[in-house]
Design a protein around this ligand. Structure first.
Ligand code: UT7
Length: 328
C-alpha cells in the first residue's frame, strides 16, 4: 500500500534589491503625482533591481535564507521551481541559473503563470511531495520586472517593483501543511496583460523595439474588475475543498497589485481588512514575488502562528488565478 504524505512549508526567505524608488522620484520621470499613485493604488515606494541584477540574482539570497530556515542545504533539494515572467533569458531557465548559483544538483524549471506564479508553483511542489516522489522542493517567486517597463508610460511604470521570495516545501507528518490548491486560467483574455514581443509570435526586431512591444502592457481598469472576481472565487473554491468558510481564515496573503483591489476583495468576502497581509505600499506589484514576500513577512512579523489557516491567492497575466490553503 502506498503511503500518503502531506506537503508543508519548512522555510521561507526574501530579498529586495537595495535601490528604492519613491513616488516623488517618479514625479521627476513621468507626469504623475505622489497623491495620484497613493490614492489610486496605495503604493508609496518600490524596490528596483540594479542593472547588473537579473531575476536569479534576486532569487539567490531569498533561496539561501529559505534553505537556512528549513535547516537544509542546497544538496538536500530534489527540485527547484522558479516562478517568473522576467526570466534571466528565454532559455536556459532562471531555475537552472539559480541551481548553479546555489550549488544544487537537482532538477530545475521555470513556472510561467505571471503574478499567479508563486501559488501555481506551490501547488506543483505540493503534488510532487504528496505523491512521495520528492522530499524537498524549493519554490521561488523572483522578478526583475522593472526591466520590462516603459518608464515613459505612467499607466504602468508607477505600479511595479522588483524582489524575490522563496519557500521550501517539504514532506510533513504532523498534520500541518498545504491542505488544498486551486488553479484557474482563461487564455481568451491574454491581451489584457502581456509583453507582446520577444517570443516566437513577435520575435524581437527593429520594428518591435520601435513600437515598444517588448514592454509590459496592461488594460488596468478591465483587469481591476477581473482581479476582484477571480481572487474572491479562488479563495472560496480552495476553502470549499476542506469544508471551511471565510470565518476560518486567520491570514489572507493576496497578490499585491492595488490596495483598492484588496479592499474590494475583503468587502466581497466579508473578511476584515486586518486579516489581509498588505505590503503593496512598500513594494508595489512584484508579480510572482508579491505573494512570496508577503508570506515571508507575515510569518516573520508574527501575523501567522502555528495552527492558523492561511490562504495564498493571486491573479495575473494569462489570465491566471490560483489559491493555496495552508494549515500553518
Ligand atoms: O499583477 C497584475 C495585475 N494588475 C492589476 O491588477 C492592475 C489592476 N488595475 C489597477 O490597479 C488600476 O486600474 C490602475 C491603478 C492601473 C489604474 O487606476 P484607475 O483608477 O483604473 O485609473 P484609470 O486607468 O481609469 O485612469 C484614470 C485617470 C486617467 O485620466 P483621465 O482619462 O480620467 O483624464 C489616466 O490617464 O488617471 C490617469 N492616470 C494617471 N494620472 C496620474 C493613469 N495613470 C496615471 C498616473 N498618474 N500614474
Amino acid at each position: 500500500m502506498s503511503e500518503t504524505y502531506r506537503a508543508a512549508i519548512s522555510g521561507l526567505g526574501a530579498y529586495l534589491p537595495e535601490k528604492v524608488l519613491t513616488n516623488f522620484d517618479l514625479e521627476k520621470i513621468v507626469e504623475t503625482t505622489d497623491e495620484w499613485i497613493r490614492t489610486r493604488t496605495g503604493i508609496c515606494e518600490r524596490h528596483v533591481a540594479a542593472s547588473s541584477q537579473s531575476s536569479s540574482d534576486l532569487a539567490l539570497p531569498a533561496a539561501q535564507e529559505a534553505l537556512k530556515n528549513a535547516g537544509l542545504t542546497a544538496q538536500d533539494l530534489d527540485l527547484i521551481i522558479v516562478a517568473t515572467i522576467s526570466p534571466d533569458m528565454l532559455f536556459p531557465s532562471t531555475a537552472c541559473y539559480l541551481q548553479k548559483k546555489l550549488g544544487a544538483t537537482c532538477g530545475a524549471f521555470d513556472m510561467a503563470a505571471a503574478c499567479s506564479g508563486f501559488p501555481y508553483a506551490i501547488a506543483v511542489a505540493e503534488g510532487f511531495v504528496k505523491s512521495g516522489l520528492y522530499q524537498n522542493v524549493l519554490v521561488v517567486g523572483a522578478e526583475a520586472i522593472t526591466k520590462f517597463i516603459d518608464w515613459k508610460d505612467r499607466s504602468t511604470c508607477v505600479l511595479f517593483g522588483d524582489g524575490a521570495g522563496a519557500a521550501v516545501v517539504s514532506r510533513s507528518t504532523d498534520g500541518h501543511g498545504i491542505l488544498a490548491s486551486y488553479l484557474g486560467a482563461d487564455g481568451n483574455q491574454s491581451e489584457i496583460l502581456q509583453i507582446p514581443a520577444g517570443g516566437s509570435m513577435i520575435p524581437p526586431s527593429e520594428e518591435s523595439l520601435r513600437n515598444g512591444l517588448h514592454y509590459l502592457r496592461m488594460q488596468g481598469p478591465e483587469l481591476f474588475k477581473i482581479a476582484v472576481k477571480t481572487m474572491e472565487q479562488a479563495v472560496l473554491e480552495v476553502l470549499k475543498h476542506e469544508n471551511l468558510t471565510v470565518h476560518d481564515i486567520h491570514c489572507l496573503i493576496p497578490h499585491q497589485a492595488n490596495h483598492r483591489i484588496l479592499k474590494a476583495v475583503a468587502d466581497r468576502l466579508e473578511l476584515p481588512l486586518e486579516k489581509i497581509y498588505i505590503n503593496v505600499d512598500r513594494y508595489g506589484n512584484m508579480s510572482s514575488a508579491s505573494t512570496a514576500v508577503a508570506l515571508y513577512e507575515a510569518v516573520t512579523k508574527g501575523a501567522i502562528k502555528k495552527g492558523d489557516y492561511v490562504v495564498l491567492v493571486a491573479f495575473g497575466g494569462g489570465l491566471t488565478w490560483a489559491a493555496n490553503l495552508i494549515k500553518w
